[in-house]
Ligand binder design. Structure first.
Ligand SMILES: Cc1cc2nc3c(=O)[nH]c(=O)nc-3n(C[C@H](O)[C@H](O)[C@H](O)COP(=O)(O)OP(=O)(O)OC[C@H]3O[C@@H](n4cnc5c(N)ncnc54)[C@H](O)[C@@H]3O)c2cc1C
Length: 435
């Protein structure tokens, strides 16, 4: 294993939740029928599905850190029904887009179902999202997006000038497409709720880094202090697939960082017009994601990078925090001091053609992941569907996911990282004013 996940402890969403003690790390040797590696939304959803269908069997779930505290806690909390960067160029592409939208819809229904079933309090807000831009260069793109969404039954509208600033409490943005059917939620609370919902027949081992996988007629999984031999294996490690030598010529990880302020004071709230909570994603590929939360905090994520360690040292985080601070002041110039309470990083997984990973890569060895930045709902759906598939239960959704385009080929390292760095630098340059 090249890189082990190493979570920092600065995540605002997590720090706002009560602390949860870890379950023991895995030690010794064990024979298992079912093993899931990775306890983010994907692995948790797979575990819940297997456990429900096999009530008298033990399902083992392992994570290198604490369950639900990787990207699944560290994201920006947009549970989306559509994404701007998946636009189509042909009729063929349009069909593909519609199919993806249907999967997004299913994923939202599933998340809602799980939240209701397990009484998960995660600040579910059906408030939609703004794809916003500081400049007018994206106007055509936003208009096309609105037209596309209208054609498939998702309400959306173009907002400009005061109509937009009155909603956001900042005149930083000049134009936005406001789309319905996006839920804003507290991501760590959703993940924690799924952890708490694990039934007794799921055994969770935390702080248990998988060092090696040997797949054959059974699968031998090696840890620092032990080994599990499993009949059935689901790998759900998302951005850590390449470090496990899985799909390393198809997907790649990126390291993102974000900061979150203390709650705005009553005076500060009135300075932004006492607006309701909102979420903005940039119309530029590399622009900032910003949220004004229901407890009156501002979260900003405006860095993304290639990282060989997939983690940030304190000194690196301090530099990113300055970038977050600059982004905050551009939007809210009345904020003079550093009012961030939390800064953190998280790993996301991308493919060159926006495709996901959902595959039985060898006998009874399944892999899911690579949600390209829109993974809250999709990971939950993929987790459920891969578990059903592993159980031999066919479903329409399964077939749709399986038939979707596969992640395209990527060049080997170090050329891959050079290429991505160049592309990020180019995108960053064109989005510099949007951050
Ligand atoms: C900053 C940021 C913002 C984002 N914003 C959004 C958003 O607003 N909306 C959206 O839809 N998506 C967003 N995403 C993406 C979303 O968070 C992910 O797609 C989603 O969390 C994927 O869930 P997962 O369970 O597949 O992966 P993860 O949550 O990454 O879980 C994988 C788990 O595998 C474990 N693991 C890895 N390697 C090993 C190993 N060797 N041994 C044992 N365990 C291992 C990790 O510790 C981790 O817990 C964002 C991501 C980031 C980082």
């Amino acid at each position: 294993m090249k890189i082990s996940p190493n979570n920092d402890n600065g995540c605002g969403w997590l720090n706002l939740l009560p602390k949860r003690p870890s379950t023991p790390a895995f030690k010794g040797t064990k024979r298992a029928k079912w093993l899931i590696i990775g306890a983010g939304y994907s692995g948790l959803s797979a575990a819940l599905t297997l456990a429900e269908n096999l009530p008298s069997e033990e399902i083992i779930l392992v994570d290198a850190n604490k369950a639900g505290e990787g990207a699944s806690a560290r994201n920006s909390g947009f549970l989306v029904a559509s994404a701007l960067n998946e636009g189509h160029l042909s009729d063929n592409g349009l069909d593909d887009y519609k199919e993806k939208i249907n999967l997004y819809k299913k994923s939202i229904e599933l998340a809602k179902h799980l939240i209701q079933k397990h009484n998960i309090e995660c600040d579910w807000q059906e408030s939609g999202k703004y794809h916003a831009s500081k400049g007018l260069q994206h106007k055509e793109k936003l208009k096309n997006y609105i037209e596309l969404l209208d054609g498939i039954g998702i309400n959306s509208q173009l907002l400009e000038g005061n109509d937009l600033s009155d909603k956001l409490g900042t005149d930083f943005y000049k134009i936005a497409a406001k789309t319905e059917s996006c839920i804003l939620l507290q991501p760590a609370a959703f993940a924690r709720g799924l952890v708490n919902a694990l039934p007794e027949n799921v055994t969770l081992y935390e702080n248990s880094v998988v060092k090696k996988i040997n797949s054959g007629s059974v699968h031998k999984i090696t840890f620092a202090d032990g080994e599990i031999i499993a009949d059935n294996l689901i790998v759900a490690v998302n951005g850590f697939m390449p470090s496990m030598k899985i799909k390393n010529n198809r997907v790649f990880p990126l390291l993102l960082s974000a900061s979150m302020t203390r709650p705005l004071t009553v005076d500060e709230q009135s300075m932004i017009g006492n607006v309701n909570q909102w979420g903005v994603v940039s119309a530029s590929a590399m622009g900032a994601t910003v949220r004004y939360t229901s407890d009156k905090r501002i979260m900003i994520r405006n860095t993304v990078e290639v990282s060989s360690s997939l983690a940030m040292k304190n000194s690196e985080m301090a530099k990113r925090r300055k970038i977050h601070q600059e982004g905050l002041i551009k939007r809210f110039p009345f904020i003079k001091n550093d009012i961030f309470e939390h800064s953190w990083s998280g790993v996301t997984c991308i493919s060159a053609n926006n495709a996901n990973v959902y595959q039985e890569i060898s006998n009874n060895h399944w892999v899911i992941g690579c949600y390209n930045g829109t993974g809250i709902g999709m990971s939950t759906l993929f987790g459920q569907e891969i578990a059903l598939r592993a159980l031999g239960k066919s479903s329409k959704t399964n077939k749709i996911i399986e038939d979707r385009p596969k992640a395209s080929w990527l060049p080997p390292q170090p050329f891959l990282n050079w290429g991505i760095r160049m592309r990020l630098a180019k995108d960053r340059n064109s989005a510099s004013s949007e951050n």
